[in-house]
Design a protein around this ligand. Structure first.
Ligand code: BG6
Length: 282
């Protein structure tokens, strides 16, 4: 079942429910901001101060960073691209069976997008809601000239206590440390006890986040870079849509195509980045 809803300020989202799961997806950004499996809000973190307003990114869920990741060399252009602050069109919600709903949303170029990025494109987002969550973003070049993109599924995972969490799948990977602006090598599995902002190069495409009572599995496709981010206790104070203590309960593990993994898309060609998320609790 799919229902079209709005917040009191008119900000639109859709609510999808089937017999095993449910999700809320903002039309702005094709942004899934809640996903519940078996009635529990399990995998995705959403800030208690998240804002649902036109032209503002939502802090939590899975923002889509596209067609560039991070800051643009032209500082007046929006951080992480414009997809996360653009209104997508609803295409369909198909009930595959009583346990799987597949939502499709689309963004195409407009006079507004061409001011920010002068290309014709189609960005198709498919979200499959079931006992697992699957998100894919397909970029098609509808222009007559090639373009280059960087992108990420900026997934905010909900963790009970960041100090008890461990990430498997990045051991021995090289990464660009965005804090020191140097390349480093990850020696061991990752335990986070300070600010982290890293771009891993060629990590395993299957990652695991282990907590005391739960394991989350991430599987990336067509992605050879991965961002891991937590602002920790000092930087969180400068993030106005996040409470000071909330860094303890989130970790961003972002399936990406960034740095040397950026993608050139030729006219009439498409590329797809996707992520499958699942979990088991003990
Ligand atoms: C991460 C970046 O992906 O996103 C960080 O690596 C950035 O550098 C973070 O701070 C949050 O970005 P924003 O624009 O959503 O505040």
């Amino acid at each position: 079942m799919v229902e079209f809803k709005t917040f009191s300020n008119g900000f639109p989202y859709i609510e999808v429910t089937n017999s095993v799961s449910s999700a809320k997806i903002a039309l702005q950004g094709a942004h899934i901001f809640e996903y519940k499996k078996d009635g529990k809000n399990e995998l995705l973190w959403l800030s208690s101060l998240a804002q649902f307003e036109e032209n503002k990114p939502i802090r939590g869920g899975i923002p889509i960073c596209w067609p560039w990741f991070g800051p643009h060399s032209e500082p007046s252009l929006p951080q992480h691209g414009f997809a996360r602050i653009s209104l997508f069109s609803f295409i369909s919600c198909d009930e595959k069976d009583d346990i799987t709903s597949v939502v499709t949303l689309k963004l195409t170029d407009s006079p507004k997008s061409k001011i920010l990025w002068d290309f014709s494109f189609e960005l198709l987002v498919t979200i499959s809601i079931s006992k697992e969550l699957y998100v894919s973003i397909k970029t098609t070049n509808t222009d007559i000239k090639e373009f280059k993109i960087t992108e990420a599924l900026h997934t905010y995972l909900n963790v009970e206590n960041i100090l008890d969490a461990e990430v498997f799948g990045v051991k021995k990977s090289t990464y660009f440390d965005q804090l020191s602006k140097t390349m480093k090598v990850q020696k061991n599995d990752l335990h986070i006890d300070q600010e982290i902002d890293r771009i891993y190069i060629n990590p395993n495409n299957k990652l695991t986040l282990k907590e005391k009572n739960r394991t989350i599995f991430l599987q990336n496709s067509h992605s050879n870079s991965l961002v891991i981010w937590n602002p920790w206790r000092e930087k969180v104070k400068s993030i106005k849509d996040m409470q000071d203590h909330e860094y303890k309960n989130m970790l961003c593990i972002e399936s990406a195509n960034v740095l040397d993994d950026s993608k050139i898309v030729q006219p009439d060609r498409s590329i797809t980045l996707s992520l499958k998320l699942s979990s088991i609790s003990y």
